[in-house]
Ligand binder design. Sequence first.
Ligand code: NAD
Length: 458
Amino acid sequence: MDIAAIALQVNSLKSFFNQGQTRALSWRRQQLLQLKKMTEDHEDDIAKALEQDLGKCRQEAWTAEIGYLLSEINHSLRHLNKWSKRRRVSTPMVAQPGSSFLLPEPKGVALIIGAWNYPFQLLLAPLVAAIAAGNCAVLKPSELAVNVSALLAKLVPDYLDQHAFVLIEGGVEQTTEVLKQPFDHVFYTGGESVGKIVMRAAAEHLTPVTLELGGKSPCIVDQNTNLKVTARRIVWSKWMNAGQTCVAPDYVIVSKDFSQPLIDAIKQELTAFYGKDSATNGDYGRIINDRHHARLIGYLQGQNIIHGGQADSDTRYLAPTLVLNPDLHSALMQEEIFGPILPIITLDKIEDSIALVNQRAKPLALYLYTNDKDLTERVLHQTSAGSVCINDGMIFMTNPKLPFGGVGNSGMGSYHGQFGFDTFSHLKAVMKRPFIFDVNLRYPPFNRFKLSVLKKLL
Ligand code: NAD
């Protein structure tokens, strides 16, 4: 779409929204069913595009993208009635008789900007929430996932109401132009630096934003754990999508005494998952583009690589790689890795991990593997993170009853399930009063008696 057409498109979505059709639950349900149909009809095409962009295998394409989106749609369809109902709250004595409630209303026209690592669901799961809440939306897929972007540009207009939804492909130039438009909500998934650009642009129109960012998610492993299951779950959540997952464990913290058993167990699970040569294993993904491949290779310069490290720039392959005790000031430990490299940091005592985590920006996720209740409580209460998972990896994302979002540098706002519905809704505060009992305590002329009664009531 050319730049001049963008403002016209957004205006036409606004006009459609103002006509009121999107408020009907029947319309919302129909659009959600259409999105479901689009996903089911084109499961093979979606999987193929993900394979082309990221070397994503069929099983990961289904579990982390296609099936994930379908379950979000089904959950929203099941709960739409309840979420959109007025939510009663109590009314204080001073406003009695009366009733109070929150009335969810759609915000209007939302902008949803997706990232490249899960390019299908990161664009469409927020859309599920936007539709459920009764909004129109502009969708901006990541230009780095070229094939998924092109496929969605073809499918979305075929399945969804074209008066309410428009997909705009393109890179920085298009996104910059889109961001100039006055939206009612901007939902952005991606890195921190662009997150600031998005927030600055939204500030021009005082538009609320949700920023789903990333960061370095720590993984603390205590000696008091089930070693085999711990290693397997770390390997699963780190090397899925070749480490290009916002909630992948970025680095492991372990006590010196326990580091060798953990390293051996991780190596064993890597071989069990991807065989002796992950380069020839169809379940192992590829890096999105040459720039990111070079960035990751750069992180390895001068590091103590204890496993992996093999790379092929022609196929954008980078082996599952372990680095022991990197310099905490090196790029590997300063930047979000977002690739298949796992640094392992050893400490004298696992309790010291809390201070190490707290020296850094608040992460999107924190993982703790332990059977120790006391350590669990200390980590929970003395650290901050968007989400915490105890004794597993990113499995927590499958629970739509948990909000998903960051804190501090890892983002603001959240979605999934009702949290997404509420993000794209304004919870309008309503109080209703009858005309009877119009007690004159609050009206002038004032006197001491009125004030003393009011003091007791308020
Ligand atoms: P990206 O390069 O795909 O950029 C994200 C979006 O921003 C794209 O749609 C792109 O077109 C747009 N964009 C890029 N430059 C822009 C500019 N100058 N102005 C306006 N828009 C611009 O993705 P990325 O930033 O490389 O994504 C990786 C980051 O995203 C990581 O930090 C990761 O942790 C984070 N992430 C977070 C989540 C989450 O749900 N919290 C999910 C996935 C990724």
